[in-house]
Design a protein around this ligand. Sequence first.
Ligand SMILES: Cc1cc2nc3c(=O)[nH]c(=O)nc-3n(C[C@H](O)[C@H](O)[C@H](O)COP(=O)(O)O)c2cc1C
Length: 319
Amino acid sequence: MKFYLAPLEGITGYIYRNALHEYYGQGVDKYFTPFLTPHTKCSFNAKELRDITPEHNRGMYTVPQVLTNSAEDFLRIEKDLLALGYEEININLGCPSGTVASKGRGAGFLAETKKLDCFLEDIFAGTNAKISLKTRIGIDDPEDFYELLDIYNKYPLEELIIHPRVLKEYYKGKTHWEIFDYAVKNSKNALCYNGDIFSVADYERFQQEVIQNNDGHHVHAIMLGRGILQNPALIGQLAQYEHKGEKKFDFDKNQFKLFHDRLRNDYMTQMSGDMNVLFKMKELWFYMIMLFPGQEKVLKKIKKAKKLAEYDAAIKELM
Ligand SMILES: Cc1cc2nc3c(=O)[nH]c(=O)nc-3n(C[C@H](O)[C@H](O)[C@H](O)COP(=O)(O)O)c2cc1C
């Protein structure tokens, strides 16, 4: 099984990806960037360029993700990504945010199946890259997916990454494994599963209920997002479970501290002002506190910190 880091806008930028790669990179097969959007006057804005520039992605297999519903814009941005040395590009068909979906992009594009089909046809007529899709299963009815899969099956995708929720479910409720199972049985493209794998136990259940049920065919990768934010060692643990059957892991606080300190320091050198760094670190602590059960009081201190010195003192207490 291959394991991927999911794109998480605002979180898994190059600073996070590099820290993960250095301290927990073993077993991470691909790093997806948060989405890039085509611009009218240039391909990338300064923030996007910083994220995808090759010097910020050394030693990692990075897949840039593009959010658009225009084949022309996609092919334009593709040219610039190929020039930077990328071989593979992912298309976002899953973003549920209102501002994106209302413009018929991300998961919103799934409502316009004819337009989506033409978009893919135009892309595959002109592309020179490996193209993968990251998709939800529909807008409000999980059974929307049957029609979507018929469309995806027409194209030679590098892989089809499925987050089996509909747009209106956002990130709530159970993922629809029965629909993913339908994809396993009917997809002509290689499949990657994404959604709610937070632990080895979740992965084990997914293996038992979906993979073994299908003789292990077709699911070749798992993409993990919030599970890694909560526990950056997760991919290493899943790989160890796969190879050695291990299920229990000690929390290596020293390694986590090195990871944490690299993140904090890299944000500090890249951003101006304590507040921006603190905003980034606090957002991560929303997830990472799971590694420190019973330490909610210290989390409060982290959340309240207005200066880096206050933040550092709280972290010292925690570690
Ligand atoms: C804060 C946040 C930002 C996200 N940004 C993106 C994004 O830029 N592109 C994308 O395809 N999905 C994005 N997603 C969705 C994740 O990639 C992933 O599909 C989702 O979190 C489910 O996987 P998980 O349960 O492993 O986290 C985002 C999700 C969250 C919570």
